[in-house]
Design a protein. Structure first.
Length: 53
């Protein structure tokens, strides 16, 4: 009975860890998207001097 309880607890821990990992990967993807958007804004914005060149 104890062995079964430990296995169930371990399985729940694994599921929690997988959920956290998935959430982390989603956050990383959001940051990567934000960085790409900021980089796009940097290249889209030019100063008047740059526009003359």
């Amino acid at each position: 009975m104890l062995k079964q309880s430990l296995l169930i607890a371990h399985h729940q821990e694994l599921l929690t860890a997988k959920a956290h990992r998935s959430d982390f990967h989603g956050q990383v993807a959001q940051v990567e998207t934000a960085v790409k958007l900021v980089d796009g804004l940097k290249t889209a914005v030019v100063t008047p001097e740059e526009g003359l060149n």
